[in-house]
Design a protein around this ligand. Structure first.
Ligand code: ATP
Ligand code: MG
Length: 657
């Protein structure tokens, strides 16, 4: 697979950013990489000692004896909640604001580190009193609230393994996860506010628990949020506010092995049935801390805002654990980017003087669309001068979306950390470092120090820069997935497949490295590679070309079997101006076909162009191309759609012009 087109725009980190940066300049970056290269154990061991409080220090860094079930810092003991909260209070940050919570309706609540510690301790004591102990699994089914973070931290404090289920999931999806993790308790809320609406949580929980397969669940803890009338089952259900009321505000943490599971989290389901990813305590926390420092260059004065939900790994690493473990002030937002209007993010950055803003390409694309004909919600209509750094995560960011973000949100002054990573990796893997790496729109640039990312062919052999291939990681790293919960065989098969030699971590994404710079660009999921007349192409390049057309807000590209060319390109497009029909649609389709032909080349010209009001997305906002492939073929969707956000859109996209 070779790139069809070269992106040549380069943006250097601003000089005054470099001056104060944690990793100031490429030489500093290369020095760290060289240290890891020279003495891998020494590099990680030193960082782990420096960044984490160990109750009992570890004596061995990495144990590879049962590979690929790697173990890090195993005989050391620590506690994630202690590292996030007690440590800050002990360092004199007790009165510092840990969380600026903005509710859906705009109400703002600030919580200091001291208050956060007390709330977590009370909840941890209450959980212990109910008999929940270290190693038990607890499902958390809550929205973006302070209580959600308290619940996660309280589990961590007593060694219980949490598994957060996004508050938008159905009863069935929730039930599957409750059963799969073997939960003994569920922590939820009566309801949640989203976009001006009050939505149920407890009622869905009751439905999930109604079948008897969830028999291990002995307790349901309900946080009062919306005041919605709900049923409380005697002997099982209690109010979170009641059980913490009389608890002590201190709680001795459970000192666990670094390898003790901190949480289980299900992947987004973009490529298939979600996998229950198990993470460790020590290695996971180390990487959450280091990436806060390296990628986000976090400083004591920063106001950090990650817009993810605690239901996704981004919310775990960059809301619940990372920012608190480095003593930062962070914004936690309950609502949605489009309520009360599509200027909500910009309004909040202005109001809270956010300095670091981390969001997803899907949000950026939708806000580009919303502001394309409404100046009032355009970022330029707000004072965003507090920002000094931007981030992107979740999907490849199209170069044109990158440019818009850079210019309109970052005022052409803020570096963008395009962070490539996965639920399985625990934290960032490939990303520009804001004070070091020259940026190229659409490229996640270079691996973080210590991360041995590479591109190989289907037999696991290195491919030269300039040729596309399969993205792998060659050595274990501290925050990597430990196993798939209840399914170690699937873990080995999915991530360390025999075909690649059994010792390379397979990310599942295709990528290409630039010949000159060595920069990585993600070309799309491995399963999505197109083969047209023998030319192998990534989906990303054609999608980005379409998004660069002024009419287009979003695009997804898939292949469809074709007698003549082996595979034909089928594109699904969302226009900024809404869905065209009839002759209009035909006209735009021809225009877009010619556009791709001109910009990339005739080989990439789509055969089939379809329009929708939206694209099928996971609840974390990722395009589900696997469903589009089925639709492009004209078949019925029979795959797992448990994480599909908008099933109704499928019908619309069946319509070919
Ligand atoms: P599933 O594994 O269930 O199919 P998923 O892969 O979407 O779902 P996540 O772990 O949430 O689940 O997402 C990780 C994936 O997101 C990566 O493998 C990659 O495809 C994509 N991704 C995340 N960040 C970036 C980025 N900055 N650039 C390109 N792709 C990214
Ligand atoms: Mg995945």
């Amino acid at each position: 697979m070779e790139p069809l087109k070269q992106e040549n725009r380069v943006f250097n980190p601003p000089a005054d950013f470099v001056k104060g940066a944690a990793i100031p300049g490429m030489d500093a970056y290369k020095k760290l990489c060289a240290e890891a290269e020279k003495d891998y154990d020494g590099f990680w061991g030193h960082l782990a000692k420096e960044n984490i409080y160990w109750k009992k220090p570890f004596t061995k860094v990495l144990d590879e004896s049962k590979a690929p079930f790697y173990k890090w810092f195993e005989d050391g003991t620590t506690n994630a909640s202690y590292n996030c909260l007690d440590r800050q209070v002990e360092a004199g940050l007790g009165d510092k604001t840990a969380i600026i919570f903005e509710a859906d309706d705009g109400t703002v609540t600030k919580v200091s580190y001291k208050e956060m510690l007390e709330r977590v301790c009370k909840m941890a004591n209450a959980l212990r009193k109910m008999g929940i102990k270290s190693g038990d699994t607890v499902i958390i089914y809550m929205a973006m609230t302070i209580e959600g973070i308290v619940a996660m931290q309280a589990c961590a404090r007593i060694g219980a393994i949490h598994s957060v289920v996004f508050g938008g999931f159905s009863a069935q999806a929730l039930r599957d996860r409750i059963i799969d993790v073997g939960a003994v308790a569920v922590i939820t809320a009566d309801g949640q506010y989203r976009g001006g609406k009050s939505l149920p949580l407890k009622a869905i929980c009751d439905e999930a628990l109604s079948t008897g397969e969830c028999g291990k669940v002995k307790h349901v803890i309900v946080s009062k949020r919306t005041g919605t009338a709900i049923e409380m089952k005697a002997g099982r259900d209690v109010w979170m506010q009641d059980i913490v009321a009389n608890e002590a505000a201190t709680c001795e943490p459970e000192w666990v092995s670094a390898e003790h599971p901190l949480f289980i989290l299900y992947t987004s389901g973009s490529t298939g049935k979600p996998k229950g990813v198990q993470h460790s305590t020590g290695g996971y926390l180390l990487w959450a801390i280091l990436t806060m420092k390296w990628t986000f260059d976090i400083k004591p004065t920063d106001v950090f805002w990650c817009t993810a939900d605690i239901g996704w790994v981004t919310g775990h690493s960059y809301i619940t654990y990372g920012p608190l473990a480095v003593g930062a002030t962070e914004i936690v937002f309950e609502g949605v980017p489009t309520y009360p209007n599509a200027g909500r993010f910009w309004d909040m950055i202005q109001k809270h003087k956010a300095t670091i803003f981390y969001t997803a390409p899907t949000a950026i694309r939708s806000l580009i669309k919303a502001s394309s004909n409404d100046q009032a919600v355009h970022p330029k209509s707000y004072d965003l001068s507090s920002l000094r750094l931007l981030g992107s995560v979740g999907e490849p960011i199209n170069p044109e979306a990158w440019m818009w973000y850079y210019e309109n949100v970052g005022g052409s002054r803020c570096p963008i950390a395009d962070t490539f990573w996965q639920t399985e990796t625990g934290g960032h893997m490939i990303s520009p470092l804001p004070g070091a790496t020259p940026m190229i729109p659409g490229s996640c640039t270079l691996p973080l120090p210590g991360i041995q990312a590479a591109i190989v062919d289907e037999a696991g052999h290195d491919v030269p820069n300039g040729n596309g291939g399969i993205l792998v990681v060659k050595r274990p790293w501290p925050s990597m997935i430990r196993t798939i919960w209840n399914d170690p065989d699937r873990f080995v098969k999915s991530y360390f497949p025999e075909e690649l030699g059994g010792n390379l971590y397979l990310a599942g994404d295709g990528a290409i490295r630039n010949k000159e710079t060595g920069y990585f660009t993600i070309t799309g999921r491995i399963d999505d590679v197109l083969n047209v007349s023998g030319h192998r192409m990534g989906t990303m390049e054609i999608e980005s070309c379409l998004v660069a057309n002024p009419l287009v807000a979003e695009a997804a590209v898939v292949g469809r079997p074709d007698d003549l060319t082996g595979e034909a390109i089928c594109v699904f497009v969302v226009l900024k101006g809404g869905r065209p029909t009839g002759e209009d649609a035909k006209k735009v389709a021809t225009e877009l076909r010619n556009w791709v032909g001109k910009e990339i080349g005739p080989i990439a010209k789509p055969k089939d162009v379809r329009f929708g009001d939206n694209l099928p997305k996971t609840r974390s906002g990722k395009i589900m191309r696997r469903l589009l492939r089925v639709i492009a073929k004209g078949e019925e969707v029979t795959q797992d759609t448990s994480t599909l956000e908008n099933p109704a859109i499928l019908e619309q996209l069946k319509e070919s012009l």
